[in-house]
Design a protein around this ligand. Structure first.
Ligand code: DLL
Length: 432
């Protein structure tokens, strides 16, 4: 495993040489094998041989989610169908799912990047890892599973849901690390409380959370409630699944496994490439993917990149924590709002549980935002006056920090829906 670890500390000039060579190969392969890319490059007047340096990638056209949909299911394959050994798909809220394919080598690379993710969090072959991401078409379960096995951990393939059983397994098997969505882990914390289980009395020390945006405040909440270290893992099915990037012990950005996935930040409006430290839309290009390599895939996730050396010593570029997607933005009476901003405000107030929902309605062309917030059990049993004070405090802080007058509705513990996969925090009734 030491050889894998070394890849995170490679000299940047050597890394860039490898990236350029791999990028050229990928461009040539898609141009020769995928009619969609042949047409798209020709229309843009570019050829794979135009890539002389990494910055030349900006001359090439983007790939969008719609392109995958238009070529459903296998139109973008760059290898013979017989070489595909795994097919995943992301659920997608409308229409057909987005299909992603893997050759045997792709699966090996996927396991490698997940293995590096878990190593980055401090795991070794001595760990027992419970995978609480869903198994199936979703990439979370099998992705984490293969990575943990590759590291030599003992894997408990619990899958999503079944909270009480998950807790039993953590306790009885001496599980040292869990992989699941942050919202599912919050649910586990709550169930553990009800069952009188204190995570500090178990062997659990690490959580690898991702698949949805979660704030720094949420990380602090999880760590203070359980005593574990909470790691952020990022990825998307179109690129591989989990394991595209992960945070190290410094928690100051997620290291991108850029020997396999080449990141760029662009202005979502103009498509221009932005410089280090500048915020914009994250775009990835595959460097080694065989089955379904994508060129300049637009993720819609908002982030920034920094090439400064991390205090941990790893040389891999860091992307800032993804707290929002460009298509997550709500515009309420002209004010732009992201659910993560509300989460940050709520979790800075005591007496508030990490369960909330934003309901947006429109009456006579006027947008209204209602924030439903659960109070903690102690607060719930307190005097009415205190509840009123809490409501006013939330309302004032939301107004101060986000600039919006929202109706705050405090609800009893357990009133807001719980999730064992990705959470759904926004109900926008204006679209109906
Ligand atoms: O969610 C893959 C994954 C599984 C990642 C398990 C991490 C852990 P999709 O279902 O295709 O794939 O959703 C991808 O989820 O574009 C982001 O918007 C969001 N996302 C994933 N990880 C994070 C994260 C999986 N750590 C979409 N922080 C991405 C914020 C995340 N958002």
């Amino acid at each position: 495993m030491v050889d894998l670890l070394l890849k995170d500390y490679v000299d940047r000039r050597a890394l860039e040489r490898i990236q350029l060579e791999r990028l050229r190969n990928t461009l040539e392969r898609v141009y020769a094998n995928v009619p969609f890319y042949k047409k798209s490059f020709d229309e843009h007047g570019v050829k794979p041989s135009d890539l002389k340096c990494l910055a030349d990638l900006s001359k090439f056209p983007f790939t969008m989610k719609q392109d995958l949909r238009d070529n459903y299911p296998f139109g973008l394959l760059a290898c013979p169908k017989k070489d595909v050994v795994r097919i995943h798909a992301s659920s997608g809220t409308t229409g057909k799912p987005t299909v992603v394919c893997y050759t045997r080598t792709d699966l090996e690379i996927w396991s490698e990047t997940l293995c590096r993710t878990l190593q980055m969090g401090g795991l070794t072959e001595n760990d027992i890892v419970q995978v609480g991401y869903g198994y199936g078409l979703f990439t979370g379960g099998l992705g984490a599973h293969y990575g943990a096995e590759r590291l030599g951990c003992s894997v408990v393939p619990a899958g999503g849901g079944n909270t009480e059983k998950q807790l039993m397994l953590i306790r009885d098997f001496g599980v040292t690390a869990v992989c699941c969505t942050p919202s599912f882990f919050i649910h586990m914390i709550e169930e553990a409380d009800k069952l009188g289980i204190d995570f500090r009395d178990t062997k659990l020390r690490h959580g690898f959370f991702g698949a949805e945006p979660w704030t720094v405040q949420m990380r602090e909440y999880i760590e203070s409630r359980t005593g574990i270290q909470a790691h952020d893992i990022f990825g998307l099915s179109e690129i591989m699944g989990p394991g595209v990037s992960a945070d190290c012990e410094c928690h100051c950005g997620l290291h991108v496994f850029e020997d396999h996935y080449y990141p760029e930040i662009i202005d979502p409006e103009t498509g221009e490439v932005k410089g280090p430290g500048e915020e914009g839309e994250l775009v990835f290009t595959h460097l080694t993917k065989e089955a379904l390599p994508l060129i300049r895939y637009r993720t819609r996730d908002i982030s920034s990149l920094t090439y400064e050396k991390c205090a941990c010593g790893r040389t891999l570029v860091r992307m800032s924590k993804v707290s929002r997607r460009s298509d997550d933005m709500l515009i309420i009476r002209g004010v732009n709002l992201f659910p993560g901003q509300v989460e940050s405000v709520l979790l800075s107030i005591s007496g508030v549980a990490p369960h909330y929902q934003l309901v947006v309605t429109r009456t006579k062309a006027m947008d209204e935002l209602e924030i439903k917030v659960e109070v903690t059990p102690d607060m719930f049993s307190d005097a009415v006056g205190q509840i009123e004070q809490l409501r006013n405090l939330i309302s004032t802080k939301v107004k101060q920090m986000i600039g919006i007058n929202a109706k705050i509705t405090l609800v009893e513990p357990g009133a807001i829906e719980r999730f064992d996969g990705k959470s759904k925090r926004v109900i926008d009734l204006r679209k109906k």
